[in-house]
Design a protein around this ligand. Structure first.
Ligand code: CA
Length: 231
């Protein structure tokens, strides 16, 4: 199996080098960039399997890097590093295409564990069907796409995993804690609001009227469930 390639875009040399050492020790191939522009170029030429992206960079900020990389590759998992813990920054980061957040100061071990979890889940060959209908939306977990009529939208890594879980438990409420544990792999860092943000994004791709969902339903005080009529 070829080594997974990780691109680290981070301007603080000791953090970049610390991550490179730790990730190489884990058997990953690592490239680093200290500027946003260099990072975008490396993402274009190197096509990494995962991106670790600092929010505060000296030239182009992390949001813009994230948007540009997303245009290039809608599927690559992107983990943002940020010193800011404000909810507004997380929401903005997720809206421009980040999959996950780690707030500085962070434990390198935890970040490594989260990356390993991403690759482990991506490598699983699940027995469950990879394509199914939700209303008139055709979901394909393998190609990471949802099609409605002629419109095809890409699904990010976590959107796929969230749909996989909800579909496997269709008709049954799934708590936010269970979603965090099974989709994000670790329950420490992403907040419950992260789950809510991903549901909002999924509804836009799947629901006929995203503001009045009929398939991905809120279960008050618990979490979410996929309506059984969906399958
Ligand atoms: Ca920085």
């Amino acid at each position: 199996m070829s080594k997974k390639r990780i691109l680290v875009i981070e301007d603080e040399p000791h953090i970049a080098m610390g991550l490179k050492d730790a990730l190489e020790f884990e058997g990953f191939e690592v490239e680093t960039a200290g500027k946003g522009r260099d990072g975008i170029n490396l993402a274009k030429t190197g096509r990494p399997d995962c991106l670790i992206l600092d929010l505060m960079l000296p030239d182009v900020n992390g949001y813009q890097v994230c948007e540009e990389v997303r245009r290039l590759d809608p599927l690559v998992p992107i983990i943002m590093l940020t010193a800011r813990a404000q909810e507004a920054d997380k929401v903005r980061g997720l809206s421009v295409g980040a999959d996950d957040y780690v707030t500085k100061p962070f434990s390198v071990n935890e970040l490594v564990a989260r990356i390993r979890a991403i690759f482990r889940r991506a490598a699983l060959a699940p027995g469950a069907p990879e394509t199914f209908l939700i209303g008139d939306a055709e979901v394909n977990l393998s190609t990471q796409q949802v099609r409605r009529g002629k419109a095809v939208e890409p699904l990010s890594f976590y959107e796929v995993e969230l749909l996989r879980l909800l579909h496997a438990k269709a008709g049954v409420p799934v708590s936010r804690d269970e979603i965090l544990a099974k989709v994000w792999g670790l329950d420490a860092n992403p907040t419950n609001r992260t789950v809510d943000n991903f549901v909002v994004k999924l509804r836009k791709k799947i629901e006929p009227s995203p503001d009045r969902p009929v398939y991905i339903l809120t279960v008050y005080g618990t979490g979410y469930k996929l309506a059984t009529a969906a399958t």
